[in-house]
Design a protein around this ligand. Structure first.
Ligand SMILES: Cc1cc2nc3c(=O)[nH]c(=O)nc-3n(C[C@H](O)[C@H](O)[C@H](O)COP(=O)(O)OP(=O)(O)OC[C@H]3O[C@@H](n4cnc5c(N)ncnc54)[C@H](O)[C@@H]3O)c2cc1C
Length: 323
């Protein structure tokens, strides 16, 4: 697929520098066309430099700056104004709750088609967007063709491999005078991460190590392996119901849906309610004492054994190989 010459907008988180997801969006934007960043946060010089390093031809901000990250309404107003001004028909966002809100509002303002959680995106010869997203617990791929000229797309976590830009660009900051006078119904008082675990955000982590009832409440080996792999700790509903670990770590139908490159489930039976939240993972490794456990049906690598023996062995071996 040849990239189009049109600008592709990557709407970034707008705080704490560039997040890994921001870098994925910038990679995808310049793969599809000419990448532009929309920065809906405070400060402007630093993000413009950073975005240029990651291949953005321009970084668009609100004229006059903002003291904090913009609300969803204000971000959507900025996105729509930028898209109209630069003639961008494709807008990319992350797939978290606030980005989805911005995506829906932006699509309404632009009269654009909206695709949520796309794992693949293409721009056809007619400049219309086609996308693929998984559905029904990752058992189906849905192919979507956007009929409207413009498309707003949220990108599923870990569906883009971040590649550093090989052509450093001069930072170009473009300020837009946008009327965001409409006060938002919500005021952000402070931001903090939920008490999940140290390490990356579970919903976006590229490695997840999950523990279930088989841990019997002892998550130390699960945490140690997750930390070594730079991954996040996940769990089953049994583990959270028992109070062994924070509810925010629960993966599954009534918890989070994750799509890491690597999922390791230890002492997890693989009940259908849990599978719904993890079977889109790239590679699934299961450690279970019961060789009949359902998780082995979907595992790429299965280890029949006690997690309290296998996980420490795995961690020690990885440490040894890393020197
Ligand atoms: C409406 C509804 C929604 C639900 N939503 C969710 C959800 O979002 N997420 C979720 O996870 N569950 C959910 N559940 C619960 C789900 O059905 C299962 O009960 C749950 O996922 C099982 O958790 P588990 O695998 O930890 O426990 P179990 O099914 O009890 O499995 C424990 C496994 O650990 C193995 N094991 C035991 N000891 C060891 C050891 N020392 N080493 C290695 N393996 C060992 C066992 O062989 C067994 O396979 C939901 C249920 C309902 C009804």
């Amino acid at each position: 697929m040849m990239p189009t010459a049109a600008p592709i907008l990557a709407v970034l988180a707008g705080h704490e520098g560039l997040t890994p997801t921001d870098r994925e969006l910038l990679t995808l934007a310049r793969r599809l066309g000419v990448g532009h960043a929309v920065w809906p946060g405070s400060g402007s010089e630093a993000p413009a430099e950073l975005c240029a390093l990651h291949g953005a031809s321009a970084t668009h901000v609100l004229a006059g700056g903002s003291s904090d990250s913009l609300s969803a309404d204000s971000t959507a107003a900025l996105v729509a104004a930028v898209a109209r001004e630069v003639g961008a028909n494709v807008v990319l966002l992350a797939s978290g709750p606030s980005a989805r809100e911005v995506a829906a509002l932006s699509a309404r303002l632009l009269g654009a088609g909206l695709v949520l959680d796309a794992s693949e995106i293409r721009i056809g010869a007619d400049d219309h967007v086609s996308a693929v997203r998984s559905a029904l617990s990752a058992t189906w791929d849905v192919h979507i063709h956007v009929k409207r000229p413009a498309a707003v797309v949220t990108v599923a976590p870990n569906s883009v491999t971040r590649i550093e830009a090989d052509d450093a660009r001069a930072a170009r900051l473009v300020e837009h005078a946008v009327d965001i006078a409409q006060p938002s119904a919500v005021t952000v008082i402070e931001r903090h991460r939920p008490d999940v675990s140290e390490g990356p955000d579970l919903a976006r982590a590229s490695v997840v190590v999950a523990g279930g009832r088989g841990t019997n409440g002892d998550f130390r080996a699960v945490r140690e392996l997750a930390e070594l792999l730079g991954g996040a700790v996940g769990s089953t509903r049994v583990a959270t119901d028992e109070g062994w670990i924070a509810p925010a770590t629960q993966i599954g139908q009534t918890g989070l849906t994750v799509a890491p490159r690597l999922y390791i489930g230890a002492g997890v039976s693989g009940a259908v309610h849990h599978r719904g939240g993890m079977q889109a993972a790239g590679t699934i490794v299961a450690i279970n004492t019961d060789r009949e456990a359902p998780i082995f049906e979907i595992a790429d690598v299965g280890v029949v054994g006690d997690l309290h023996t296998v996980l420490p062995q795995l961690t020690a071996e990885l440490r040894r190989r890393r020197g």
